[in-house]
Design a protein around this ligand. Sequence first.
Ligand code: ADP
Ligand code: GLC
Length: 480
Amino acid sequence: MKILFVASECAPFVKTGGLADVVGAVPKALEPLGAEVQTILPAYPALAPQVADGDVVHEFADLFGGPARLVAARAEGLNLLLLDAPHLYDRAGSIYLNDSDQDWEDNHLRFGALCVAATMVALDGVAGWKPQLVHAHDWQAGLVPLLIKMADRSDAPRTILTIHNIAFQGLFPWTTKNLFNIPDHLFTHEGAEYYGQLGFLKSGLAFADKITTVSPTYARELLTPSFGMGLDGLLQARQHDLSGILNGIDLDIWNPQTDPVLPANYSARNRVNKRKCRDAVASHFGLSVEPDTPLFCVISRLTEQKGLDLLLQVLPNLVERGGRLAVLGSGSPELEQGFQSAAETFAGKVGVVIGYDEALSHLMQGGSDAILVPSRFEPCGLTQLYGLRYGTLPVVAQTGGLADTVVDATKENLKAKTATGVQFSPIDAHHLGRAIERTCDLFAKPKVWKAMMGTAMRTPVGWADSAPKYLDLYREVAAV
Ligand code: ADP
Ligand code: GLC
C-alpha cells in the first residue's frame, strides 16, 4: 500500500512539537507492516544536506513567486519528498514565525505551495511512484483534500486528515481562495469558508474522506463547543468519519536503556542508575534535591493550552512540601518571566531553562521523578508517554490523550498494580495543587512508588497498537 504523508514538520529534521515526532515515527512503524510511505515536507534550511544528497524528481517553473523542485531523499529511515522553494522556505529562525514572533506574512503561500505540490504528487505521481492514499496532517496540509476534490479525477487517491491540534486552523482572508482557484460552490459554510475567511484546516475537515485525531478522548471532546473551537458543528456532522487513534512514541529514540544523553542507563528491571540521572538534572538546574521528596519536571511549550499558569499559582505549595521543580520551555513572555522569577524566589528549589533543547529534554526524562502536564486540553501529549517509559511518573490533567494514557493512583488501581501516575480534574490550580500533594505522599512511600514505576515502565507506549489501526483505516478508505 502506497501512502503520501503531507506535513509541515518531521523529526528528527525539523520539530516544534509533537506533530514532528508523530510524522517521523508513524512511517517507520508502518513499513514492517507492508506500507510504503513517502513524506512530502518543505525543504527548510535544516534539510539542506538531504536536498544536496537527493534526486530531483520534479520541477515547477513557478510556485507562488519563484521556481521550485521536488527532491527525493532517503534519510533516517524515511522516504522524503522535499519541496525545495527558496523563496518560501529559505529563512533563518522559526518555521512558522518571523523575528517579531508573528506568523510569516506569506504562510498561506508557504503551506499552500506544500498542498499544491502534494496534490500534484497525489494525482500524477513522481518518479513512477503514485500513492493510493494521502494522509494530511494539521492545517498546513489541510488544502490537499480540497485541491484533490477540485481536480475531479476518477483516478485520484482518497484522503485522510489528522487533527493534531484544532487550536491552529490556518485562517486567511477570503481573497486567498483566488490564489488556489477555489470555486464559489466549494467556498461555503459547509466547505472551505469559515466566517468569511478561507480555513485550511476546515477545508481538510470538510473534504477528506476520513478524519482522525490523536486520542479517543479528544475525538469525543472535539464534538463539544468547549473543545471544538468553532469547528464542533462540522465535526458533529462528520462524526461517523471521525476516529481517535492514540499516538505512540519511537521506542528506539526514547529508551532509558540506550539513551546516549543519560549519564548512566537504566531499565525497568534495574533502575538504580536513575539516581545518577537525578543528580545530573539537579546539578544542571542548580537544585538541592532530597531523597524523600520528588523532583518534578516540565518540558513544554509555554502556552495557554499547557496550563502552566496554574502551576505558577501552586508553586509555593510544591516547594513547601519539599518538592523540587526543573522547567524547560519557551513561549509566552509572561510565562517565561513567571518561571524565571519563581526560580529567583525559590533558588535551589526551582530551576528554569528557557529555550528548546532536545538533549536536555532526554536528560530530564531520565533524571526526574515526576513530569507535570496540567494542560487545559491535550489532543494526545507525548511527554507523559516519554515519562512512562523513563519511570518519570506523569501528573496530568484528565483530558484528551492524557486521560487515555495515564492510570490514576486510586486505591483500587494501586491495589491492582495498574496505577502509573496521578490525574486531576477539574483542571484548576486547586486540583493541580492536590495532585502535587498526592504525588508527594506517594513518593514518600518508596514501595508504592517503585511499584508504580515498574508498571509505568512496562506500559506499552510504542506504535504496536496504533500503527495497525492506521493501516486498517487506510485499507478501508482506499478499499484495497
Ligand atoms: P505539543 O505538540 O502540543 O507541543 P506534545 O507533548 O505532543 O505537545 O509534544 C511536545 C514535544 O516537544 C515533545 O517531544 C517534547 O519533548 C518536545 N518539547 C517541548 N518543549 C520542548 C523544549 N523546550 N525543549 C525540548 N523539547 C521540547
Ligand atoms: C499536537 C498536540 C499534542 C499531540 C501532538 C502530536 O501538537 O498539542 O497533544 O501529542 O500534536 O499528535
